[in-house]
Design a protein around this ligand. Sequence first.
Ligand code: ADP
Length: 256
Amino acid sequence: MAVSARQVTKIYGKGNTRVKALRSVDVDIQRGRLTAIMGPSGSGKSTLMHCLAALEPVTSGHIWIGRSQLNRLNERQLTRLRRDKIGFIFQAYNLIPTLTAAENITLPMDIARRQSDPQWLKQVVETIGLADRLRHRPSQLSGGQQQRVAVARALTSRPDIIFGDEPTGNLDSNTGKRILEFLRHSVDALGQTILLVTHDPLAASYADRVLFMADGSIVDEAIYPTADTIAQCMLHLSTGGHYPTAPPERTTGWDS
Ligand code: ADP
């Protein structure tokens, strides 16, 4: 497993403002797979992802990234874990405005004083269609191009796992498709592990497995789903658990 959670609960606030964002969540994210988390707004998707990515402490329960149990690590060890093992692709691209695209892409590796593999870097940059934009600063790039820089930055170090929060949310459908295809390719060809949060059934259909959340719990999952199956599952959730017609067909269990 790349990441595991056991009995994870997350509570925000106190008294009147208390919100139970995660309720005893158990989940295993497999290595070398693309997993998506879906669910209505407020169901706890981002909270779960932030907890699994060691960005947010849990209220109770345990999370492991690889062999590291997060609540046994101190702040310094957590920082090192995030830096060395995890790639992030967020909707706010978090690029450094004073650095060029190329410098932004290699920044995590530079900070970690690691050499990037030039061949892989070239492949990432070419696939993502950024070869002629490497000397531009973020302000000279479109939103789609900035997001492509963020994706390249996450992939360059070949982290143990990449977490993406709506990574194609701000992009036009062609650019979004290209990025999803590249993420898919990095899983199939290189065994990259990716966990995405998305509200888009088409984006989720690139996943090997889709987890559905409602009210702080994982309530359903689909293996190798199509966009239609996913849309039906989402409808099922939004109608309070009643399928409008027959339940969608889906494969249960892994084929390997
Ligand atoms: P989703 O990503 O599915 O939209 P979130 O994980 O963002 O859901 O939120 C789950 C619940 O936790 C919501 O009720 C939300 O209002 C609440 N929540 C999220 N972040 C915070 C926070 N920092 N402080 C207080 N409540 C929060």
